[in-house]
Design a protein around this ligand. Structure first.
Ligand code: PMP
Length: 286
């Protein structure tokens, strides 16, 4: 658990950290976030996470709370104070606190900035990757701008809760035409019968995952064939391999979709190779 939390310029003990009751993040989910992997105490793909954070802020017209350099300092300080070697760092920026009213507050409202870090049990995560995970599917009931990384995550919460009830670790969300958009908190991938890797192209329907982007670099570096196109649940259940990507799990094999076994029921060979080369391609920042 995180012991020290950064809130608006202060490093506070976990139990005493809090934001205003009229924070717009709390009342309207008027807020964005990022999650970065921490490996050996270093930030993974910091540049891409910062670029996406700035894009999310720009799309919602939330003022930049501080420079990229200053945010980088906060992330590192939270990692350091919590002594995280292997884990995650979470950064959230809201439009700030103001008397409740739908339009943006008039005048200068200071954005709220919160940063937490927590350790992840690397052995547990590797055991999960060695076994592969199960996913279920659920209708994608989210809004039309899933490319913005907002904290408006209730549809994802409900889909994950339903998945957990089925003994699955992730939910794949399905659009009105039957195509998988992405996972509730990950991007979705399959490997078809010809060995081609398939993932949905970016656009308003999915979050442009940083792990997804870095994996695309790895694929082109290794000359592994890739097609960016939507795929259906039916195609996925007949795929040779399947996996998800996210900062918290990097490349995580999927071995069951709605109870249907994928391939031979074990993590795919290519999937495991991609998992093993991921950190050679990702940016590591001290
Ligand atoms: N899609 C959604 C909806 C997510 O919440 C996440 C993880 N935050 C991802 C994709 C994966 O993105 P990243 O690789 O940047 O963690």
């Amino acid at each position: 658990m995180t012991r020290v939390v950064y809130v608006n310029g202060r490093y506070l003990p976990y139990a005493r950290a809090g934001v205003h009751v009229e924070d717009r993040g709390f009342q309207f989910a008027d807020a964005i976030y990022e999650v970065c992997e921490v490996l050996g105490g270093q930030l993974v793909d910091e540049t891409r996470h910062m670029e996406r954070l700035e894009r999310s802020l720009g799309e919602l017209r939330i003022a930049r709370p501080m420079s990229r350099r200053a945010l980088g300092f906060v992330l590192r300080e939270v990692i350091r104070r919590n002594r995280v070697q292997t884990g995650l760092v979470y950064l959230q920026v809201t439009r700030g606190a103001a008397p409740r009213d739908f339009p943006f507050p008039k005048g200068e409202t200071q954005p709220t900035v919160v940063c937490l870090a927590r350790r992840v049990d690397a052995a547990k995560r590797e055991a999960r990757a060695a076994a592969g995970i199960a996913v279920t599917t659920a209708p994608d009931i989210r809004w039309g701008r899933c490319d913005i990384k907002t904290v408006m995550l209730l549809p994802a919460v409900l889909a994950k809760e339903a998945a957990a009830g089925e003994g699955a670790q992730e939910a794949w969300l399905v659009d009105s035409q039957g195509f998988v958009t992405e996972g509730a908190s990950s991007n979705a991938w399959i490997i078809d019968a010809s060995g081609t890797i398939v993932t949905r192209p970016t656009g308003n329907a999915i979050l442009p995952g940083v792990t997804r982007r870095t994996l695309l670099d790895a694929l082109s570096r290794e000359n592994i064939p890739l097609t960016e196109r939507p795929f259906t649940v039916d195609e996925a259940t007949r795929a040779r391999e399947a996996f998800i990507t996210s900062a918290s799990g990097t490349v995580m094999p999927v071995v069951r979709i709605n109870g249907v076994v994928i391939g031979d029921g074990y993590p795919g060979r290519l999937t495991l190779r991609l998992r093993s080369i991921f950190h050679q391609v990702a940016e590591l920042c001290r």
